[in-house]
Design a protein around this ligand. Structure first.
Ligand SMILES: CSCCC(=O)C(=O)COP(=O)(O)O
Ligand SMILES: [Mg+2]
Length: 225
């Protein structure tokens, strides 16, 4: 098996789900209403509010109605692009203020360094926005890992349970699908990647159930080519 590119998920793969659910999402939930009210004329924020109105099918929705919708989406973990973009903006303040540092499993950074040194092309694909992904890997307990990655992909490439997203990403990576390995904890994402011709490996971190039909590992240091 020749693997020339490795694309990794974040939540449940490089990073404890609890960091996202118990730290990042509550932080966004708490900060979002005032942030949005205070930056409503900022073009970057206004664009996401308009995109939210489009997703809601209510192009004229009042700001407070939009805020309520965004909070509801955080609550149910809806992977909607404008919410994800706003979350990235909010987390930027959190990381810069030192309110939190990203969680990374201890086996992740050594493996990424090793694979990059071997010449593997490394990428991230997460439902979190590209900004949020870069922030996370820039603020790990072992420093800034962003230089290790050649690129980052988010829901603008498509949804993670949709095979077309992986076809779109493969076009950008410009490698044959069978040379790309996807690492994720979620069976439906791995199924979609495999439907697009990619190789797959499930990360079975504590609390994750192994899925049928994909090879599994418990940590990045078990992955060998
Ligand atoms: C980039 S950190 C925040 C992750 C996030 O917002 C999320 O929805 C998790 O998605 P993933 O695709 O990494 O499971
Ligand atoms: Mg995941």
């Amino acid at each position: 098996m020749i693997i020339n590119a490795i694309v990794t998920d974040i939540e449940g793969t490089t990073t404890d789900i609890a960091f996202v659910k118990d730290v990042l999402f509550p932080y966004a939930f708490e900060q979002l209403p005032d942030y949005v009210r205070q930056h409503v004329t900022d073009p970057d924020v206004a664009a996401q509010l308009d995109a939210t109105r489009q997703e809601m099918g209510q192009p004229q929705a009042d700001l407070e109605v939009v805020i309520t919708q965004l909070l509801y989406w955080i609550d149910i973990d809806e992977k909607v692009t404008p919410l994800k973009t706003l979350q990235g903006m909010l987390w930027s303040h959190g990381y810069k203020n030192g309110d939190f540092t990203a969680h990374l499993y201890a086996d992740v950074a050594p493996a990424l360094h090793h694979w990059a040194a071997e010449g593997k092309a490394l990428y991230v694909y997460s439902s979190g926005s590209v900004q949020a992904q870069k922030l996370l890997f820039a603020h790990t307990p072992v420093g800034d890992l962003t230089p290790l990655f050649r690129g980052y992909f988010d829901t603008r490439m498509g949804h993670k349970r949709d095979a077309d997203a992986y076809r779109n990403i493969a076009q950008v990576i410009a490698l044959p699908a069978e040379q790309i390995l996807f690492l994720s904890d979620v069976a439906e994402e791995l199924d979609a990647a495999r439907s697009a011709g990619w190789r797959t490996l499930q990360l079975v971190r504590p609390g994750t159930e192994p899925c049928a039909g994909h090879l599994t590992v418990q940590a990045f240091n078990e992955i060998a080519f």
